[in-house]
Design a protein around this ligand. Structure first.
Ligand code: MRU
Length: 331
């Protein structure tokens, strides 16, 4: 079981970050005591997935407090720096708020208190994953084939995962027999990370390119689709990896239940609808490098939004760590 796959490890003195840019080819750990290394790891997708980004940022703040000549002012600017790394996933901002409150309270041994809080956030995320896995089990029939998008497993969280965590748990209970993983262009989180995690878990996996999802659903081969979320607005609109919206619309059209799996820390109660969710746009190089030779044509423009927003009407249910929420949705 992939509980052994871990994106982040606090080893008592330093943070270890599994470098996801190198998977599935190489398993390499970044070892650091510096906040800036954590910030850059988040920006460059060495660590990614909304809950894992939040956990990493918690450790980032704790590391800033342990750096030489750290003061309350340097810790506060570390929080600002970490907040600048990726705009869409809400867990990051939730965690930074928690850490900011620890700083604001003041008192003795601030580094110790920040570290304990970061460790607690990490453990709480692992517990949330287990809760989602348990609540999610009842959504399945028997021996289903399911479709998933991006990577939402242990690599994306502090525990077993959100959508992929639910799927792995359901597999162990005989509710799921196989997973179809969409490649997830341009960065390939599905092909590189989900496939790898499924192999680690002994879960049968079939890789498809993103443009095969419609044919797959029309063929009747999948009974359900499960995805994670980066930020969910009060009305249920959900941002997740670019391409999720296409899968949601296809699922709706094909009457395939479509579930969003996310902990409560992904819900942004300040936003009425998905229109307010900031969508990160990333380096065009992520798209261009898929097609060698394109770099010779600088006149080619690229649009590379990293996330899209799925309106709530396409979502069958939200599997959260507090239970399953079905329409009509009230958050
Ligand atoms: O750009 P990424 O790899 O950080 O995007 C990740 C996703 O979109 C995941 O689906 C989402 O964070 C939920 S992961 C538990």
């Amino acid at each position: 079981m992939s509980a052994e796959v871990r994106a982040l490890v606090w080893d008592g003195n330093e943070l270890r970050i599994l470098d996801q840019r190198l998977l599935p080819g190489r398993t390499t750990w970044i070892r650091t005591r510096r906040m800036e290394t954590v910030a850059q790891a988040i920006e460059t997708l060495a660590v990614r997935g909304a809950p894992a980004i939040g956990v990493a940022a918690g450790y980032g703040v704790a590391l800033a407090a342990r750096e030489r000549n750290a003061t309350v002012a340097t810790i506060q600017s570390a929080i600002v720096r970490l907040a600048s790394t990726r705009p869409t996933g809400y867990n990051l901002f939730h965690v930074l708020d928690v850490m900011r409150r620890v700083v604001d309270r003041g008192g003795a041994d601030l580094p110790g208190r920040l570290l304990r809080r970061a460790i607690q956030i990490h453990r709480a995320d692992a517990k949330s994953c287990l809760a989602m896995a348990r609540f999610g089990l009842n959504e399945f029939g028997l021996e289903e084939s399911v479709l998933t998008y991006c990577n939402t497993g242990a690599l994306a969280t502090g525990g077993i995962g959100t959508a992929l965590g639910v799927i792995k748990h359901a597999f162990r209970h005989g509710r799921v027999k196989e997973v179809y993983a969409c490649e997830t262009r341009p960065v390939g989180q599905g092909a590189r990370l989900t496939v790898w995690e499924c192999v680690q878990a002994g879960l049968p996996v079939t890789l498809i390119t993103d443009n095969m999802a419609a044919a797959l659903m029309m063929s009747g081969r999948v009974q359900r689709a499960l995805v994670g979320a980066d930020r969910i607005a009060r009305n249920g609109d959900t941002s997740n990896k670019i391409g999720t919206l296409s899968v949601a619309m296809l699922a709706y059209q094909c009457k395939v239940p479509f579930h969003v799996v996310a902990p409560i820390t992904t819900f942004d109660s300040s936003l009425r609808s998905g229109r307010g969710i900031p969508i990160e746009e990333r380096d065009p190089a992520e798209v261009l490098r898929i097609t060698p030779g394109l770099e010779k044509f600088p006149e080619v423009r690229v649009w590379n939004p990293s996330f899209d927003v799925t309106p709530r009407r396409f979502i069958t249910s939200y599997i959260t760590d507090s239970g399953v929420v079905r329409p009509p949705f009230h958050f």
